[in-house]
Design a protein around this ligand. Sequence first.
Ligand SMILES: C[S@@+](CC[C@H](N)C(=O)[O-])C[C@H]1O[C@@H](n2cnc3c(N)ncnc32)[C@H](O)[C@@H]1O
Length: 244
Amino acid sequence: MSDARPARSPSPEFASAWELAGQIPGWLTRDQALALWDAALRVPRGGRIVEIGSHQGRSTAVLGEAARLAGASVVAVDPFVEGRLFGGPLTRKRFEDNVFHRAGLAEVVELIPEYSTVLRPTWNRPIALLYVDGKHDYWTFTDDLRWSEHLPPDAEVLVHDAFSSIGVTGGVAVRVLCGSRYTFLDRTGSLARFRLRRPTPRDRLRVLAQTPWFLRNVAVKVLLRLRLRPLTRLLSHRGPHDPY
Ligand SMILES: C[S@@+](CC[C@H](N)C(=O)[O-])C[C@H]1O[C@@H](n2cnc3c(N)ncnc32)[C@H](O)[C@@H]1O
């Protein structure tokens, strides 16, 4: 029982959106982009998608293009934190180049350069779809889940690294496995889809069943940091990057 989403053929519209988005540096895989795309297309006309953590705009470009087709809009929240990994103001400039100029999504995407945890307490606009890929520690992630207070019942919440980051997976264990608000639907790699609906005992078991996948991802990360990349092939991992 893997709960991995089955692969399927994407539409020409997705292929064209991914042709651009796939060139933007980031961590989202093509199959995960397709999961985001499908979720964005399910948003009702006039609905708002909130993305927490945008970096250079890889996922934003996918959500934005799907939102344009659906007649929806996207709010991208990212403070563009400084540092070697995320890059600070230069990353913001790249986001604006990629999303507003190259993808031409200025009419669809609104950028709010702020910490999600600072913005959340005063946020008062309805949200139709939430995508969480910001800071991956337990406290920030569980705070980010609270944005779902602005979603209607049965809406979707998508979370990147849900089963590949200790902080995020810890949050999933506490808020989803032990909570009563989110039902796990499926995952693409470690991008998980949840629905705002009380989980059944069976739904909780399906979250628990992701434990081997999570432990495998942690093992791959440890091996990569120990420079033991050849051993990661034993865990069916390819390439030098962390599993997402
Ligand atoms: C993994 S990257 C996002 C990748 C992006 N979704 C993509 O597809 O390329 C994480 C981003 O979260 C941002 N971030 C860190 N703390 C944040 C916070 N509290 N609120 C919103 N974004 C945050 C970082 O600046 C970084 O750009």
